[in-house]
Design a protein around this ligand. Structure first.
Ligand code: ATP
Ligand code: MG
Length: 653
C-alpha cells in the first residue's frame, strides 16, 4: 500500500507539472511593448445565466464568444474581467474610458478612432443550447477526468492486490492440543525405541525444567528425526505433542515455500514468535528438506532467505526460552550443513525400519481393535516382512481386514495376512492375459530362481513362487530371511547373483532363447556387482579402496580395471548358475511343472518336491558357497537395498 501511495503522489505531481506547463502556454508570455499581436477569439465563452446590461448594451441570457482585437493590448482574461465589471454595474453606464458600439457590440478602451486603443467584441453563440451544454460539459468532463481518473486507476490496482491476497494460501502455525482427538500415546508408536527414549528425555525436560537447570543442563535445542519414508517420524512427533505438557506447534516446511520473496521468512518469524510467547513449547517442522536444502541452489533466493531465517530463529538471539525444535526429513544428505551443526539440530535420530521385535509390536498396535481368528501368528507375519516399514505394516493390517471383510468373515485369519503381504510386497494382481508359451517361459524362469535359492545354503529359503502376474512382474519368487541381517559376506552376495541369473540361464537352457523378462534381474546384477567392486572393495585386485563409481578423477586404467572386475564377478555367477541348473534339471522340471499346474508354489510344496528328488537322487550335492578368489571373505555393511533384499522379486518382468 505504501508503494501505491507513493506512486499516486508522484503521479499527481507529474500531473500538476503538466497542467502548469499547459496553463503557461495558454496564458502566453506577455508580448513585448509595441509589437503588433493578432486578434484572437477567446477559447472559453462567457456564459450569462440571466439577462443583464453592459453599459447601454442589453445582453440576453446566453453564451457569448469574446474576441479581442489585439491580444497584446488586452488579453482574454482581462476582457472577461472587464465585461464582468460592466455587468455588475447598476447605473447602465460604462466606466471611463470604456465606450461601446452597440451595432457591433464592440467595447473600446479610449477613443475608438485611435488605432492603438484596446477593444474586444462580443458575439452571441448561434446554438446557445449546444454552447451552454457542449463547451461546459466537455470542460467539466475533462476536469473530472484529470482529477479522478488516476485516483480510480490506483484504487483499482489496490483492490486487485487485496483480492489477490485473499486467494493466497494463509498458513497459520497450527497448535496441537494434547487432548485432541487424534492424539497418539507412546504405546502406539512401536519398534523405534531409541527415538522414543531420546524424545522422552526432551519431554521430561520440558515438564520439569528446574530439575535439569539445577544441574546446569540446558534444554536441547533441536532434534532431527530422519530416515526412510513411513518409519514413524511424524507419528513420534504426534506422540511428543500428546505426552509433553508443553505447547506444541506444528507446521510443514512446504508451507513456508512461496513465490513471493520474503514471505517464507516472515512465516518462520511468525511461527517462532507465537511459540516463544507460549514457552515452554515445542515447534515441529515436518518435511524439513523443503526449505532445509543446501543453500545456493535456488535461483530466486527465496528458499535461501527462508532457511537463513530458520537458522537465525534456531540460534534464538533472545535466549533463555524453553523452546525445542523437532524437525523431520527423509533426506539428511540434502540438508544444509549449517542446520546440522551443534546448537541447531544437534541431536539427529535415525529412525530405521523396525527389526523383528519392532515389527511384531507394530503389528500388535495395528491389530488392536481388529478381531483376529484365534491362533493367528503375528510373529510369523513379522518374520515375513523383513525390511518393511511401520507404514507398510499398518497397510498390511488394513489390507488383511479388507480381505476378511470382502469374504464376509467375522475375524481376520492367517490367510488374510498372507494375501495382504503378497499384495503389499508384490503389488496388485494384474489382469494381464499371457499366452501359454509365455506362461511356460515364466514358469521355467521362476523355477530357475527357486532352484538356485534352494541349492545355495546362504540364500534365504523360498517362501513362495508364483506365476500370476502382479504389479509389473509376470511372476515372482519370494525369499524370506529367517532373521534380520545387517552384514553380508562376499560369498553371500555372489550366491545372490547366481540366484538372480538363475532365471535367465534356465530360459536359455530350456528354450534355446532368451527373453526380455530378465531385465530387472540383470539390472540388479549390474548394481550389486558394481557395488561389490567400487564400494565394498570385493574385487580381486581392488580390495583396499572404495572407488566412487562416478568419480571423474579416476584414471582410465582404474576405470577399465573396475569394468573388468565387475565383468569377472558377473561371468563367474553366470557360469555357476548354468552349471547348477544343468546338473539339477529333474528338480527344475518338477518345479516348473507343478507351477504350470498350480500357478503358485508354497514353502511346503517346495520342500516336498525337494524331498522327493532327494529320495530319487540321494546325494543331491548342495554346492558350497563360492569363494570368488578372495583369500578371506571381507564382511561388509549391507546396503539398504540388500537389507530389504530379503525379498527377492526376480520376476520374469
Ligand atoms: N513405529 C510405528 N509404530 C506404529 N505405527 C507406525 C510406526 N511407523 C509408522 N507407522 C504407521 O505408518 C503411518 C505413517 O507414519 P509416519 O507418517 O509417521 O511416517 P513418516 O516417517 O513421517 O514418513 P514420511 O517420511 O514419509 O513423512 C503412521 O500413521 C502409522 O500408522
Ligand atoms: Mg512424515
Amino acid at each position: 500500500m505504501d508503494v501505491a501511495r507513493r506512486s499516486g503522489r508522484s503521479l499527481r505531481r507529474a500531473r500538476s507539472l503538466l497542467l502548469g506547463a499547459v496553463l503557461l502556454a495558454v496564458a502566453g508570455v506577455p508580448a513585448p511593448a509595441g509589437a503588433q499581436s493578432p486578434a484572437a477569439t477567446c477559447q472559453a465563452p462567457l456564459e450569462l445565466s440571466s439577462d443583464g446590461r453592459a453599459g447601454p448594451l442589453a445582453l440576453e441570457r446566453s453564451a457569448y464568444t469574446i474576441t479581442v482585437a489585439d491580444s497584446g493590448r488586452l488579453s482574454c482574461d482581462q476582457a472577461r474581467r472587464e465585461l464582468r465589471g460592466f455587468l455588475e454595474r447598476d447605473d447602465g453606464r460604462l466606466p471611463r474610458p470604456w465606450t461601446v458600439d452597440r451595432q457591433t457590440s464592440t467595447f473600446t478602451r479610449g477613443d475608438p478612432r485611435d488605432a492603438g486603443a484596446a477593444s474586444f467584441s462580443l458575439e452571441r453563440r448561434t446554438d446557445p443550447a449546444a454552447a451552454a451544454a457542449g463547451g461546459g460539459f466537455l470542460d467539466e468532463l475533462q476536469d473530472f477526468a484529470i482529477v479522478w481518473l488516476p485516483i480510480i486507476f490506483m484504487a483499482l490496482i489496490a483492490f486487485g492486490l487485496l483480492w489477490m491476497l485473499r486467494y493466497m494460501p494463509r498458513t497459520k502455525p497450527q497448535e496441537i492440543k494434547p487432548q485432541s482427538s487424534d492424539s497418539i500415546g507412546w504405546e502406539e508408536v512401536a519398534g523405534v525405541e531409541e527415538a522414543k527414549a531420546e524424545l522422552r528425555e526432551v519431554v521430561e525436560f520440558l515438564r520439569d525444567p528446574k530439575r535439569f537447570r539445577a544441574l546446569g543442563a540446558r534444554v536441547p535445542k533441536g532434534i532431527l528425526l530422519h530416515g526412510p519414508p513411513g518409519t514413524g517420524k511424524t507419528l513420534l512427533a504426534k506422540a511428543v505433542a500428546h505426552e509433553s505438557k508443553a505447547r506444541f506447534f506444528a507446521q510443514s516446511a512446504s508451507s513456508f515455500v512461496e513465490m513471493f520473496a520474503g514471505l517464507g521468512a516472515a512465516r518462520i518469524r511468525r511461527l517462532f514468535r507465537v511459540a516463544r510467547k507460549q514457552a515452554p513449547a515445542i515447534v515441529f517442522i515436518d518435511e524439513l528438506d523443503a526449505v532445509g536444502a543446501t543453500r545456493g541452489n535456488d535461483v530466486s533466493g527465496e528458499k535461501d532467505q527462508t532457511l537463513n531465517q530458520l537458522l537465525v530463529e534456531l540460534d534464538g538471539f533472545a535466549g533463555g526460552d524453553d523452546l525445542v525444535v523437532i524437525g523431520a526429513s527423509n533426506l539428511l544428505d540434502k540438508l544444509d550443513p549449517a542446520l546440522l551443526r551443534p546448537g541447531r539440530f544437534d541431536r539427529q535420530i535415525f529412525v530405521t525400519p523396525p527389526d523383528l521385535t519392532g515389527r511384531k509390536q507394530i503389528l500388535s498396535v495395528h491389530t488392536r481393535g481388529k478381531p483376529l481368528v484365534e491362533g493367528v501368528d503375528l510373529e510369523l507375519v513379522a518374520r515375513q516382512t523383513s525390511g518393511l516399514t511401520g507404514a507398510d505394516l499398518a497397510n498390511i493390517c488394513n489390507e488383511a481386514a479388507i480381505f476378511a471383510g470382502r469374504e464376509h468373515r467375522e475375524a481376520i485369519g492367517t490367510r488374510d495376512f498372507q494375501a495382504a503381504i503378497e499384495r503389499v510386497v508384490a503389488g496388485m494382481q494384474s489382469r494381464r492375459v499371457i499366452t501359454d508359451h509365455e506362461k511356460r517361459v515364466v514358469a521355467y524362469h521362476e523355477a530357475g530362481h527357486a532352484l538356485c535359492s534352494e541349492l545355495l545354503p546362504s540364500i534365504e529359503k523360498v517362501h513362495r513362487i508364483s506365476i500370476i502376474p502382479r504389479g509389473r512382474a509376470l511372476g515372482y519368487t519370494l525369499n524370506l530371511p529367517e532373521e534380520d541381517r545387517y552384514l553380508k559376506t562376499k560369498a553371500e552376495l555372489m550366491d545372490y547373483l547366481v540366484v538372480l541369473l538363475g532365471g535367465r540361464v534356465t530360459e536359455h537352457l530350456i528354450f534355446g532363447q532368451i527373453t526380455t523378462g530378465a531385465s530387472d534381474d540383470l539390472k540388479k546384477v549390474h548394481e550389486i556387482s558394481r557395488s561389490m567392486v567400487t564400494q565394498y572393495g570385493m574385487g580381486t585386485d581392488l580390495q583396499s579402496k572404495q572407488l566412487p563409481a562416478d568419480d571423474y578423477s579416476m584414471s582410465d586404467a582404474t576405470r577399465r580395471m573396475v569394468d573388468e572386475e565387475q565383468q569377472f564377478i558377473a561371468d563367474q555367477a553366470h557360469r555357476r548358475a548354468l552349471r547348477m541348473v544343468g546338473e539339477h534339471r529333474p528338480l527344475l522340471e518338477a518345479f516348473a511343472q507343478r507351477l504350470l499346474d498350480n500357478e503358485v508354489l508354497e514353502r511346503a510344496d517346495i520342500e516336498q518336491l525337494v524331498a522327493e528328488h532327494e529320495a530319487v537322487q540321494p546325494a543331491l550335492p548342495r554346492l558350497e558357497p563360492l569363494n570368488g578368489g578372495a583369500s578371506a571373505a571381507p564382511r561388509i555393511a549391507a546396503s539398504e537395498g540388500l537389507e530389504r533384499g530379503g525379498r527377492s522379486e526376480p520376476g520374469a518382468g
